[in-house]
Write a protein that binds this ligand. Structure first.
Ligand code: TYD
Ligand code: MG
Length: 452
């Protein structure tokens, strides 16, 4: 271990002011809590002897970067076909969501293909890691564990194990002896990440970093790392539901529109190949207040069940309880139903939920919510062989949505016989589908066609 520390300084993240000691308030810009410890490199006086000449773009030989498929299709899909050699991939998510499980399973698959994996854990003991590996039935050779948090020690150990895949779980626990800042601080987090990212750029190793996200945002967390790494994935899901979504938020080597869907089981994460089937699995059939919507998450069509329950308010102020949908969007839809169609929710409690604990973030599913609300209020079931998609405008008009064909195709695949879609979308559809496509222009029309 190097005994001498390199020179470090505290740099204001707001204005760039440099101070030898940490200060609570920046004397130059007045910002509070803006100083972060950074390593100070002594600048060489002479310009570096090697520098690049401008190169004609067409003269540059194009080389496809080497991609290593992890071997878990849903993971590879989000990565853009596999992990790129020499790249750094950050996997963020709430504690307990399954990040360690996902990466250990990835380690197993990669080792099965002959890769050597070093799994550095700063959070768990070797015994804990082994017991998880046991549970996940990972017995492959080629996976090395190291329970260590000191960056310099880890780099020393890396000389002994020539690993092609490096996993750090979590990066928040790793710290460098070069800085005085405590482990987990922004300075340490950045220093460790920078050293590792620079290393893999030249070595060609693939770096996976686990980053915890805390409830109140990103405590010294993934956010500060996003620009330092090549790929940022978030692993999300509701703790008390079993499904998990792996989502790309940044990818230098692929699209961020892809999502991977998993289910957490007794034996780890299992890929969900038919997400619509998975989410519709517990549907109760024809009851009022239930409508299946043809949603889209990233590029992925997903049929989801929207449920509404409208009941008389026993006393006091009517309640509005929403799960998986923006409450303000719900208020808008309720207002349109009242103003344009004469429904009255003033003395009613309204409960709205997306089954399975999924979140719907697009307005393209408005029509489904409107239908579910009207269906529950009137106690008339929505046709269980039908599904719907469309945005509801303030005038009660149904507005067109993106990627209509992918949505219709998914409805067909899941055995629906009919889909209500915005009329503007019907006109633009190039393909014919083996499903009845009903174009609607107004919410009123959709209710007439859907609730019988
Ligand atoms: P974990 O991967 O430790 O989460 P993270 O690293 O994101 O903090 O997994 C968390 C939860 O998953 C834990 O509560 C136990 C559960 N789990 C299973 O249900 N099945 C399994 O096979 C494993 C390994 C974990
Ligand atoms: Mg973990």
């Amino acid at each position: 271990m190097p005994a001498l520390k390199t020179k470090t300084a505290y740099v204001c993240q707001n204005c760039g002011a440099v101070e030898p000691r940490w200060l609570g308030r920046c004397p130059s810009c007045g910002g509070w809590n803006t100083f972060v410890e950074e390593r100070v490199e002594r600048k060489t006086a002479k310009p570096s002897a090697t520098f690049q000449e401008p190169t004609a773009l067409q003269a540059v030989a194009f080389e496809e970067t080497g991609r290593v498929p992890v071997g878990i299709a849903e993971f590879d899909r989000v990565l853009g076909g596999g992990a790129v050699e020499g790249s750094a991939i950050l996997v963020g998510g709430d504690p307990g969501i399954g990040k360690s499980t996902l990466l250990l399973q990835a380690a197993g698959r990669l080792a099965r293909q002959g890769a050597t994996v070093l799994y550095v854990s700063g959070e768990e003991s070797l015994l804990q890691l082994k017991s998880r590996a046991q549970r996940l039935e990972i017995h492959q050779e080629g996976i090395w564990f190291l329970a260590e948090t000191r960056l310099e020690v880890i780099l020393e150990q890396l000389k002994k194990i020539k690993a092609g895949i490096l996993i750090f779980d979590s990066i928040q626990t790793i710290s460098s002896g070069q800085l005085f800042s405590p482990p987990g601080s922004v300075g340490q987090l950045r220093e460790a990440t920078q050293v590792l990212v620079e290393r893999v750029k030249t070595s060609g190793e693939i770096l996976f970093l686990v980053g915890h996200v805390t409830k109140d945002g990103f405590l010294a967390g993934p956010k500060v790392l996003e620009h330092m790494v090549d790929t940022v994935l978030y692993f999300e899901g509701e703790k008390n539901h079993f499904y998990r979504i792996l989502r790309g938020v940044k990818n230098r080597f692929g699209s961020t529109a892809e999502i991977g869907i998993f289910q957490m089981t007794e034996k780890g994460l299992v890929e969900v190949e038919n997400p619509s089937g998975f989410f519709l699995g517990e549907r109760s059939g024809a009851s009022s207040g239930s409508v299946v919507v043809a949603a889209l998450d990233g590029n992925r069509p997903l049929l989801l069940e929207v449920q509404a329950l409208v009941t008389p308010t026993p006393w006091g102020t009517p309640q509005r309880v929403v799960g998986g949908f923006d409450p303000r969007r719900l208020a808008l839809i309720l207002a349109v139903l009242e103003k344009r169609l004469g429904f009255s929710f003033g003395t009613k409690d309204v409960f709205v939920n997306v089954a399975g604990g999924v979140k719907i973030e697009e307005s393209a599913c408005d029509l489904g919510f409107a239908l579910a609300l009207a269906s529950s209020l009137e106690d008339v079931p929505f046709d269980s062989k039908s599904t719907a998609v469309g945005e509801v405008g303030l005038g009660g008009e149904i507005r067109g949505v993106g990627q209509i064909e992918a949505r219709v195709a998914e409805a067909l695949k899941m055995g629906f016989e009919r889909i209500l879609v915005p009329l503007t979308n019907v006109r633009a559809m190039a393909r014919k589908f083996e499903i009845e496509v009903v174009g609607v222009r107004k919410l009123e029309e959709a209710l007439k066609k859907g609730l019988k």
